[in-house]
Design a protein around this ligand. Structure first.
Ligand code: ATP
Length: 307
């Protein structure tokens, strides 16, 4: 394994939960392009995204020596399409997101975007091409406007407000004491889970990146909030290459492609229609279980529970 430069690597001895929280925070912060050119290959040039086609090719990775987490994962997330990643906890779904953003170096294999190996382009250009909507959106100290603008610091007020409208956030923003200038974060107003999610979606919209990484919420929102978040997500996913760690059955069923991971191995991939027809398929079994239980949230491991 190449350890190299990455400061997160130096935290390798920290408890896993803590380190994972730090990586999640970095996914937000560093998508903001604050990191210098540290760790770029000599002569690395900018990534040029034409279509936004992503290829994971025999990707191998371990956080610690002799404990592989991904064992040669290959799949394509086609340009402009939605690829749903499903699998039990610990299967390696979030690790794929971290690797695509180069928070760690691979042990083997390659990740290509429009044919360009991401290890050979500048991190700055790579991360500029990606927007990340997390399951637990982080709000910084500052106003609502600042929080949306984190997606792209040079966005104009008009662009921030347009993003808020598209994210179905404007209505609740205007109900706050100072509208867009209302402070949020620890010392500001408290927002509901659904409202935070819509701010995070607005942040992604204003970023206007061709690749969207979405870690779908596992917790249920109230029906109205749920519908507004879903509608906002559909808008931001449109015409972007979206990789979603999917927790909702409707997201999986509607995805252009489903990738099923189990213990760091890709065990099945295809469309819902093709996978659901496999008589002994992992996905087909999982889908049957969910629909028999009448559940919409994929709250439990899809592949290891053989009910
Ligand atoms: P979940 O649905 O619970 O988020 P996941 O499918 O996203 O799970 P990952 O978070 O990618 O899985 O984790 C894959 C494996 O790597 C797990 O065994 C996990 O404990 C381990 N892991 C994740 N992050 C780290 C880390 N920073 N250091 C060491 N091990 C880690």
């Amino acid at each position: 394994m190449i350890f190299a430069y990455d400061p997160v690597r130096k935290l390798a001895r920290l408890p896993v939960q803590l380190e994972r929280a730090l990586v999640n925070a970095r996914m937000i912060y560093e998508v903001l392009d604050t990191e210098p050119q540290q760790g770029d290959a000599p002569g690395a040039g900018p990534l040029a995204v034409e279509k936004g086609n992503i290829l994971f090719e025999k990707v191998r990775f371990s956080y610690a020596e002799h404990m592989p987490v991904l064992h040669g994962v290959t799949f394509e997330a086609s340009a402009g399409c939605t690829t749903a990643i499903v699998g039990p906890s610990g299967a390696g779904k979030s690790t794929l997101f971290a690797l695509l953003q180069r928070f760690y170096d691979l042990d083997g294999g390659r990740i290509l975007i429009d044919g360009q190996d991401i290890s050979r382009v500048t991190k700055h250009s790579l991360r500029s091409a990606i927007a990340y909507v997390s399951q637990h959106p982080y709000l910084f100290e500052g106003t609502i406007r600042d929080n949306i603008r984190y997606g792209r610091p040079d966005a104009s007020d008009a662009e921030v407000e347009e993003a808020a409208r598209l994210a179905n956030a404007e209505e609740f923003i205007l109900q706050q004491p100072l509208g867009y200038d209302t402070p949020v974060g620890e010392n500001g107003v408290t927002l509901s889970g659904g409202q935070r999610q819509r701010l995070s979606i607005a942040r992604a919209i204003v970023r206007n990146a061709p690749i969207l990484l979405l870690d779908e919420a596992t917790s249920a929102l109230d029906n109205e909030s749920e519908a507004k978040v879903q509608q906002a997500l559909e808008r931001v996913m449109k015409a972007r290459t979206t990789l979603v760690i999917a927790h909702r059955l409707s997201t999986v069923v509607n995805a252009d492609r489903i990738v099923v991971l189990e213990e760091g191995r890709l065990v099945e991939q295809g469309t819902h229609r093709s996978l659901v027809r496999k008589p002994h398929g992992v996905y087909a079994r999982f889908y049957r279980m969910q629909t028999e239980r009448g559940e919409n949230l994929l709250d439990e491991a899809p592949v290891d529970s053989d009910a």
